[in-house]
Design a binder for this molecule. Structure first.
Ligand code: GAF
Length: 384
């Protein structure tokens, strides 16, 4: 899969300079959707799809970016950085340069070669992987480093302030801080986290609906605004509720009638999802996989019905999985409106499960889904 040696050869041939190479993984979220920007809880795992970034210094003051995926090279002047995004893949690496420059770093010219296998637009955080790999590469060039949580925040700011996507911290955090064979229960308020071991006999089966997902589009920010409007109503009554993390289901009973109906539904999802996420980690810790599966099913229903963040294909992918032997739990993962489902499956059945799910989905929609049996991998690091 990841072949640093191939990227090194490609970089050497193109730029005639020995690179340092970094890898940053994509992620799957087991549970806790649209809770990160409400300062709540999420439980993602890094996966073995990743972005590789190879970097070497230049002496001509240029920043030259090459993407093997897009087969395209773009060049910028290190002393005249673009002030805003241009809806191009270079927004992510140039956003990293812009944010690091804003932090007071002087970034000299460099050559950067990028390659990745996180499926694009599939809700597996290809953009976070790209930001994190690039930032590690650029920081190594200038001999700087940041603690993991701080680096994740900087990469989140690339999305929020440069690319213009109003996402939370989950994707960047797990890409930086993932741990082999573990999911991570992250408290998005203070970024403290607890490692949640994924049992060795449980596989992460990721099923791509092949419906493109985007967080820059209209639906993600609309849902965010709707849930935040509900929070404002609660806050106006009892104060100290800056985020839905601080709200309860009782608050919705008391003041839900003052909210727009959609806002009430979004808030019900976020508040109940926080409870489910914390409960799922406890169940995992106890080895109670039936309870984990039950919570995932409830989470999917809430995501689909109350948050209206699913789509017909993702609902069907979850539904079709229900009676296939080996399934522990299934739900839509990530930002929503398409993308992938995560299926926790008994490892001994994972291959047969993936085949059967693929068959059923193809029969229903006439589209062959990509289904991957993944494992929880470690976070970003230097590979060469
Ligand atoms: C996307 C965002 F980038 C995350 O911050 C998070 O909000 C997620 O959607 C939904 O849980 O991946």
């Amino acid at each position: 899969m990841h072949d640093p040696a191939a990227l090194r050869s490609l970089h050497l041939a193109r730029f005639q300079a020995e690179p340092a190479i970094f890898v940053a993984p994509g992620r799957v979220n087991l549970i806790g959707e649209h809770t990160d920007y409400a300062e709540g809880f999420v439980m993602p795992a890094a996966i073995d799809f990743a972005t590789l970034a190879a970097i070497s210094p230049r002496s001509d003051g240029k920043i030259v970016l090459y993407s093997e995926n897009y087969q395209e090279e773009r060049s910028f002047d290190a002393s005249a950085l673009p002030a805003k995004a241009s809806k191009h893949w270079t927004d992510y690496p140039m956003g990293v340069v812009a944010i690091l420059t804003g932090e007071g770093h002087k970034i000299p010219g460099f050559s950067l070669s990028l390659w990745g296998d996180v499926p694009l637009g599939s809700g597996l955080s290809s953009s976070a992987a790209l930001e994190v790999a690039t930032s590690l590469a650029v920081l190594s060039l200038i001999g700087a480093s940041y603690p993991g949580p701080v680096l994740a925040r900087l990469c989140q700011r690339v999305e929020n302030e440069f690319v213009g996507a109003n996402c939370g911290i989950m994707d960047q955090f797990i890409s930086v801080n993932g741990e082999e064979n573990h999911a991570l229960l992250l408290d998005c308020r203070d970024l403290s986290f607890k490692l949640a071991p994924i049992p060795a006999d449980v596989a992460l089966v990721i099923a791509n609906t092949m419906v493109k997902h985007s967080i820059a589009g209209g639906d993600y920010p609309t849902r965010r605004r709707e849930s935040e409007a509900a929070c404002a109503v609660i806050n106006s009554h009892r104060g100290n509720v800056p985020f839905l993390r601080d709200a309860t289901l009782e608050d919705l009973e008391k003041w839900g009638h003052e909210m727009e109906p959609k806002s009430l539904m979004r808030a019900r999802h976020v508040i109940s999802e926080n409870l489910r996420t914390v409960a799922a980690e406890k169940a995992l810790e106890k080895g109670d996989l039936a309870e984990v599966g039950r919570l995932m099913a409830e989470a999917h229903r809430s995501y689909s019905k109350d948050f209206e963040g699913s789509c017909a294909e993702a609902d069907a992918m979850v539904e079709l999985a229900q009676d296939i032997p080996g399934l522990i739990g299934a739900r839509l993962t990530g930002g929503g409106f398409g993308g992938c489902t995560i299926n926790l499956v008994e490892r001994s059945q994972a291959k047969a499960f993936a085949e059967e799910l693929g068959k059923r989905y193809t029969a229903k929609f006439g589209i062959a889904p990509q289904i991957h049996v993944c494992h929880a991998s470690g976070g970003a690091h230097r590979v060469a």
